[in-house]
Design a protein around this ligand. Sequence first.
Ligand code: BGC
Length: 764
Amino acid sequence: MSIGGSIMLYSDWTLSNNEYDPKERQARDALFSTGNGYFGIRGFFEEDNETIGANGGIYMTGVFGMGSYDAWEGKSSELCNLPNVLRVCISCNDEDIDGFSSISDFSQSLDMKKGVYARRYLWKTSDGRRLELCFERFASMHDIHRIGQRITIKALDKIDNLSVAALLDSDVTNLNLASGEPFPIQPGRNHFISRNVRTNALSVTLDDPDSTVLNFAQQTFAYLNGKAVTGRITTNSKACGTAYTCSLNKNEVFTLEKIIFAVTSLDESLNPEQEIEDFLSKPASYEQELARHCSALSDKWRVADIEIDTNTTDLTIVRYNIYQLLCVCPEHTDRFGIGARGLTGEMYEGCVFWDNEIFVLPFFLYTNPSAARKQLMFRYHTLDAARRHAKNNWFEGAMYPWQVDRKGVEQTPVNCGAFYAIHITGDIAFTICRYWELTQDDEFMLSYGAEILYETARFWVSRCDYNSFDGKYHILSVRGPNEYDVYVNDNAFTNMMAVYNLKSVNSVFKKLKDRHPDEFDKLFKRLGASHEEISKFCEVADKLNIPYNAQMDLYLEDDTYLIRRKLDLKRAKPTKKRIIDSTLPYEALPLYQVTKQADTVLLCCLFPHLFTKRQKENVYKFYEPRTAHDSSLSYSPHGILAADIGLHEEAYRYFKESAYLDVNDLQLNTINGLHFANFGGTWQIVFHGFAGISASNGKLYIKPALPTQWNRISLHCLFLKQTVKITIDKSSIAVKRLDGDTPLTVCVNNQDYLIDDKPLTIDY
Ligand code: BGC
């Protein structure tokens, strides 16, 4: 499998690359990212002091600086590139090691089981003396405030003077890779308005409206052939650290180990300065931090891993997709969402979209519901911003903005279409209901979820228009997932999400009232709810137009899709470039039957029990040839639906597009950050598509559609607070409940099976 023409290597738990290609370097920086939900760290070269690589590429969840354009409530925000806390300056016999044109024996690898990124190469001085350099790093899953770094330098010839300075360096700017080509477009902004540089500790104040303060400290340890070496403190106005010098005989080894600690004013810490002092006063140990990190990560893998028995590289790539999801999830807080590019790049300013609810969260809903709850709480904490957004746009209730920063404020530039992209409001409501259905977390629903459902239902009522000629409600001027529509009336996806949202209030309230009458009364009052209003929600839901052609038994993307012109996709998209970047202007697209990304196809995936098999087939056959896949969010729904309707080869083809998307730089923008919706989508093709698992009405449905290339898959999921292990081979399904004591119902081929303490094997 190749990225930019060179080879990626796959072994069970490791993704690696043995070729140094300067043109691909920054895309691979993104590809070899690691993280722990607090930090995201690109795979940049920490010894590079000359090129854009000197800026590093380290991000923290929720840490935004002041952006460059006017957003909907003032200046935009953008994910801030942190001080380069991994910076190292290495020189050998007075020559700096930072030009990479003459390196050899290069390799870089990501060990996903251990969560360690490593790099190695040989370097030569101008008089031919050779060094072997190895770098490794991890962001601790045990103590999320810590990063570990180890650098090993072996002299292959005698070296008179090796100098290594381990720094915390605030002399960086954002990478500003926004367009990806040519690179870089212009220097990015530096977000630090003030700095406080001390001995092995550095604080910076950001240019955001809250003047967020970030504090970092480091402990460094150096060894010559295993024997401790003392360093000297070094500081300037922007950086601080410890520098070491020594000479090395042939085959002697210098090792630097470093632990970084960070705490910010966004953390719940009462006294960040004290925490920095405490860290500096207790010697850390790299080996110990690493061991703790590996063990915390292996706890996550226990449920998250999917084992695939296959002769292909698919096992490793599925693990890669899952690994990145584990690395991005901020489990320490419920105040920050997961951005479209996570913490691996600056595209979309680090903002959160519907990608999170519809693509990323299903993985957490089924493998780590408490992490999913925190993501939904992020939406609760930003409910006031959604209320404000509704009001500012002359609507009622809560209208969730399309692209948000940590405060939930719309970050799309003004007049660029965010006003139309309202399906996100229904997507959030949908996921709240899914979370509740899978967990029965009544406390969440009573305290938070129901309020979101009610406020968003109010929004839909105010956003719909009644047409007395056809007796139906309509949603006008809207943009569905197919953004190439520019805007349409009655996008089926949006309207069905609105119907679901509106109806959910009634059904959720009934259950809450039954189970918790007293708390329910309080909730009802708190919301200012009324039975008349709930009846209105139901009336609008019942009469909301869903475009459908009875003759074709086909759900229509919107009210004009059928009468638009056919588009010659081969002409419109001759290369991998998006249509709007290559052949036709954006304004031309509503003339044509062209779908940017899965739209009605996605609808069938979200409601697998609502459409008949024939309707799903019709949707797939009609829209698939008209879809440009000009977004990474397109492949997985196509894979899931293809698996559902028995198109096995198609399903596997779409799985490959999705699973290998960043490794192959399929969208030509991996340089700007990894595609997290797509990672979640890959997991969904395996889980919902190939394993065929879905949940509805308190039952787990299993309808396997294993690719011919796979013999068996084995995975875990959490359903109704119990962990279930499911193993599927070519003809049978083995289900085992690993904890809990409530029997679970599993439905295979329309037959229900009760799973109690004993494992069950079902032929299919
Ligand atoms: C897609 C959106 C998506 C956004 C962020 C766009 O290209 O069309 O659906 O939310 O990227 O990933």
